[in-house]
Design a binder for this molecule. Structure first.
Ligand code: ADP
Ligand code: MG
Length: 372
């Protein structure tokens, strides 16, 4: 396809990026540093309100920056208008014009630029071909399924030949079945196009399925950056361990640790307890097909810290079923315990932004070394 040849992907670098919507309020995004490798799939992940969309909108140029910088391949784009940045945005609702055909939806931004009808229709239809929508190019959004609309929205974002595609919860309007199908398509498109994708989601499952690099955010700052494998196997803080799910957090004399629930060892309380084993009671047994998920309450644990889960293979559970109300002992191998760092403080407990000479000094070292 030559009309919309894929441009070289860009690396994105964010330096001390801050957004404060109103003076005196906590920063929605608080001095974050991040490097996103060129041609990678990056997911910004975190709970609602943690600053994901604000970060994405600042990269897109749809939101002004309070302080800090955004670079695209070493070009400072912080104050450029959205259209001059080399980025394009794909929205949650796809935001297609209902009265326009797929072709006219995709061609819209070219029309705004004054590109002639024949030329813009050709480029739009080439792109629709590329996302396997050529045969439906004449249809209006209302005559297309959710998945087909997503492809039109993708083609519409790509028509500006962006080097970075920004996606804000692009799958959340879809039903669960379509969501899983479409996320596989997004991943395939990203690899095929070779562009840099930055995708915002509150779903850790979605981020794990898609990302080369996951950026876990909380309270306007970054808690952890890494591959899904690295984040899942080495959560940096209790927040990350709990947000990712599939982990138990235990308080030990050396501080809190996380243990994956499929690495837990469980034994009936009638057996001799191993050293350091914790007494617990089975409170829930959930059959999940390949696995059986046991919910348990730790005996004598502090309020809010009793709940623990153990994931057993179906075969292990069938070999030794545990019943609701049964007393057990829980333990783990030392090698499966992950020591957790303190994580991010809530905004009210954080140090104020540095000023003057202190800020200038920090600027030299502000960029996090993120392993690619
Ligand atoms: P997320 O996308 O992670 O859910 P947002 O970036 O939308 O989070 O919001 C981060 C914080 O900034 C939230 O506290 C939110 O209420 C606030 N916020 C977002 N947009 C605006 C706005 N336009 N004006 C004022 N506050 C905003
Ligand atoms: Mg959001």
């Amino acid at each position: 396809m030559n009309a919309a040849a894929t441009p070289e992907p860009a690396a994105v670098e964010i330096v001390a990026l801050t957004k404060r919507y109103a003076p005196g309020t906590p920063a929605a995004v608080d001095r974050i540093d991040l490097r996103i490798a060129s041609g990678s799939y990056c997911c910004l992940l975190g709970p609602s309100g943690c600053g994901k969309s604000t970060t994405l909108r600042m990269i897109a140029g749809h939101e002004s920056v309070s302080s800090g910088d955004i670079l695209l391949d070493n070009r400072n784009i912080t104050n450029l208008p959205a259209a001059a940045r080399g980025t394009a945005m794909m929205f949650q609702s796809f935001a297609l014009f209902p009265h326009l055909s797929a072709t006219d939806n995709v061609a819209f931004s070219l029309k705004m630029k004054g590109v002639g009808k024949a030329e813009r229709h050709k480029r739009a239809n080439d792109l629709l071909e590329r996302v396997a929508m050529g045969h439906l190019a004449a249809r209006k959004p209302g005559e297309l399924s959710g998945g087909q609309q997503q492809r039109v929205a993708l083609a519409r974002a790509l028509i500006t030949e962006p080097r970075v595609l920004l996606l804000d919860e692009p799958l959340s309007a879809l039903d669960p079945f379509l969501r899983i199908q479409m996320r596989a398509e997004l991943r395939r498109w990203q690899k095929e196009l070779g562009l840099t994708f930055i995708h915002v989601t509150h779903s850790q499952e979605e981020a794990m399925a898609l990302a080369d690099t996951m950026v876990v955010m909380n309270h306007g700052v970054i808690e952890q950056v890494g591959s899904p494998h690295a984040v899942y196997n080495h959560p940096a803080s209790e927040f990350v361990a709990r947000f990712m799910g599939g982990h138990n957090v235990f308080d030990t004399p050396a501080g809190p640790i996380a243990v994956r629930n499929d690495r837990m060892r469980i034994a009936a309380a009638t057996q001799a307890a191993t050293d350091g084993a914790l007494a617990a009671t089975v409170t829930d047994v959930e059959y999940q097909g390949t696995y059986v998920l046991l919910g348990l309450a730790l005996d004598g644990a502090a309020a809010g810290r009793q709940n623990v889960s153990v994931l057993l293979s179906e075969a292990a559970f069938l070999a030794r079923p545990y019943a609701h109300g049964e007393a057990v002992h829980l333990s783990w191998a030392e090698a499966d315990a992950r020591v957790l760092g303190p994580g991010v403080k809530p905004p009210s407990e954080r140090a104020p932004a540095p000023t003057g000479a202190e800020a200038a000094r920090q600027d030299d070292t502000a960029v996090l070394a993120v392993p690619f």
